[in-house]
Write a protein that binds this ligand. Structure first.
Ligand SMILES: C[S@@+](CC[C@H](N)C(=O)[O-])C[C@H]1O[C@@H](n2cnc3c(N)ncnc32)[C@H](O)[C@@H]1O
Length: 229
């Protein structure tokens, strides 16, 4: 049970989703382990994603990273957040709770724009958002993020990249013009898949591209990049 959000309704949904995620963890570990071994012995740039296997998997962002994202969004007073990769909506609930909490006391409601390509996951996420009482601050775009996030409605304070690796760099290119100065972009598993993320890390770690960036040693490595110019 998380208490960071101080939001019993959202936390009840998160507890249920975390249990569901936990039940899938051994098959996930086995699947990912065998995929990594096969990929490392092949000569391809990106690991194939078995869409069928992942169709009912939450692959939820770890709790500590979700907590971090919530606090950063509070610190940034984020009003417009973009997430690439909704799944069943675990991380989205944290982002939406932050945006809702940031707007308390004034009348400018914030929004989390989040993208999911798998229709059954998008449907499950919508139900979870309603149950958490956060649907009104979430704009879930169903379909390929590289199409649905072409327009995000205004300047962005925070981006969570939590999707399949080949999408990440093109998604950043799409969003970059919308990032406010000081905006934060975080990306999961950048240490675990360091080789596959080379194009991304070369970009965000090069100050000439307007970011300062570090890898935080959360499980799998969590790249945290700030738009400084
Ligand atoms: C790691 S999961 C996201 C987990 C989620 N952030 C959470 O914490 O619950 C990655 C998701 O990205 C979605 N995805 C993959 N390619 C996509 C694309 N091109 N556009 C939108 N979503 C995509 C997958 O279907 C999957 O549900």
């Amino acid at each position: 049970m998380s208490s960071l959000l101080s939001n019993p309704r959202a936390e009840a949904v998160l507890d249920r989703l975390r249990e569901q995620d936990e039940r899938q963890s051994s098959s996930m570990k086995e699947h990912v382990g065998s995929r990594i071994r096969a990929h490392r012995s092949a000569d391809s740039r990106y690991m194939d994603v078995d869409t069928e296997f992942y169709r009912d998997k939450l692959v939820a962002l770890d709790q500590d990273k979700c907590d971090f994202a919530y606090l950063q969004c509070r610190s940034l007073q984020a009003r417009r957040v973009v997430e690439v990769g909704t799944s069943f909506g675990v991380s989205t609930i944290y982002l939406a709770a932050a945006v809702r909490d940031n707007a308390r006391g004034d009348d400018t409601e914030g929004v989390v724009v989040t993208a999911e390509s798998e229709p059954s996951k998008a449907a499950a996420a919508r139900a979870n958002f309603a149950e958490a009482g956060l649907a009104e601050v979430i704009d879930l775009r169903e379909g390929d993020a590289l199409e649905t996030l072409r327009e995000v409605g205004g300047p962005v304070n925070f981006v969570l990249m939590d999707t399949w690796i080949p999408i990440v760099m093109p998604a950043l290119r799409l969003l970059i013009a919308h990032l406010r100065p000081g905006a934060m972009v975080v990306c999961d598993n950048v240490g675990l898949f360091a080789q596959e993320y080379t194009e991304y890390t070369d970009f965000v770690r090069n100050p000439a591209n307007g970011f300062r960036s570090i890898l935080i040693p959360y499980k799998g490595g969590f790249e945290v990049s700030v738009r400084v110019s």
